[in-house]
Design a protein around this ligand. Structure first.
Ligand code: F6R
Length: 362
């Protein structure tokens, strides 16, 4: 049932504010000033976190790596499941392994879990399906409470995974004595503002629909970001390729000059995720290098960022959001850009060719 929407993907994107609100309720303490995880997750003892996932879930982990380092001082190792299995990772008895999977059945992620299980202190998973193999074979499975996701391109599961990972990072910071009480309280408040900002981001849909007319004619699209916006660039590129079949790539903004800038000409749209934060100036100077070569730039930023950038070919205004939740809120334009570009091109957004919702082959 698409509840009046044209596609499951549209319905699932629209559900995000409500889902995140409910998930926040699930992970809240008795008073609304604290978060709460199920009993037994031992961050105080953990000396290293190993995160493994595939696809969109991997990009959620990539964002979470910044959070665990910044808010919990916890060393993180991160890999794609299909690669992790075929290395010889050095594991320690005080390591915690964290697997993220919407379906909980992804073959490579499950195999990686079985591979590390005997060697680490704890295996934790973040899943949408609590009866799945990955959930059952973990010591602790944390539900994302996104409800069934039908669209092949993951949307609401991605942002709900990010929310649960943010809760984990803040609780790790608290358990490890890394975050001060004031910082913890402020960050929990930032997290609570998420559903409202998601709704504001979704309100930009009309403008995104217009902007994507230009993208739907492109052969290639480049996404750029720095910090937590770098995984967002990857997520934007993945969504666009999978449902519009346009070749899209993501680069860390600072890597541009190390090769890919050779591709830039007036036929090459470049989408830049750059909220007005401590990394903004650096990213915008990379964006100007693209503009100097006639690249068709679309800058996604907040009012302060758009003002500071001056004239840009295309821009999309986002609400000003706290740094912690910015990658979750900026996932919305990444999703809507892919969705509307695909609609302009007339592709099947819910059932893209060659793809399956659950990848149970290796
Ligand atoms: C992309 C997408 C895939 C999945 C990946 C992992 O939109 O949906 O990249 O994220 O196949 O699937 P799960 O999370 O079920 O392990």
């Amino acid at each position: 049932d698409k509840s009046g929407h044209k596609h499951f993907m549209a319905k699932e994107m629209a559900e995000q504010p409500a889902i995140l609100k409910a998930a926040l309720g699930f992970y809240s303490g008795l008073d609304s000033d604290t978060l709460e995880l199920p009993e037994g997750i031992d961050f105080a003892r953990t000396d290293r976190l190993i995160m493994v996932a595939c696809g969109t879930a991997y990009y959620a982990c990539q964002v979470a790596k910044y959070w665990f380092e910044k808010y919990a001082g916890l060393p993180v190792e991160l890999d794609i499941a299909s690669e992790y299995r075929y290395r010889d990772p050095v594991l320690g008895r005080d390591n915690m392994a964290l697997f993220v999977s919407q379906s909980g059945e992804t073959a490579d992620t499950l195999a990686a879990l079985r591979h590390v299980r005997p060697h680490v202190a704890q295996v934790v998973s973040v899943v949408n399906v609590l009866t799945s193999s990955i959930a059952r074979e973990s010591d602790i499975a944390l539900p994302i409470h996104a409800g069934p996701e039908i669209g092949v391109a993951s949307t609401k599961a991605f942002t709900a995974q990010l929310l649960v990972l943010a809760v984990l990072a803040l609780e790790a910071g608290r358990a490890r004595g890394f975050l001060s009480a004031e910082d913890y309280a402020r960050l929990v408040e930032d997290l609570r503002s998420l559903p409202g900002f998601m709704a504001q981001a979704l309100d930009r849909e009309g403008e995104i629909e217009r902007l994507t007319k230009m993208l739907s004619q492109a052969r290639d699209v480049l996404f750029l970001g720095r910090g937590t916006m770098y995984p967002m660039a990857h997520e934007g590129a993945l969504k666009l390729k999978e449902i519009s079949y346009i070749h899209a790539e993501a680069y860390a903004a600072g890597e541009l000059k190390h090769g890919p800038i050779a591709l830039i000409d007036s036929d090459f749209p470049v989408i830049v995720f750059a909220p007005f934060d401590g990394l903004y100036d650096k990213t915008v100077s990379n964006m100007q290098e693209v503009m100097a070569r006639q690249g068709e730039v679309l800058l996604i930023s907040d009012p302060a960022g758009l003002k500071a950038a001056g004239e840009v070919p295309h821009s999309l205004q986002m609400p000003p959001v706290p740094e912690l939740i910015a990658p979750i809120v900026y996932a919305v334009p990444a999703q809507l850009i892919a969705y509307h570009t695909a609609l302009h091109r007339g592709t099947d957004v819910d059932q893209p060719r060659n793809l399956a919702k659950s990848v149970t082959v290796e």
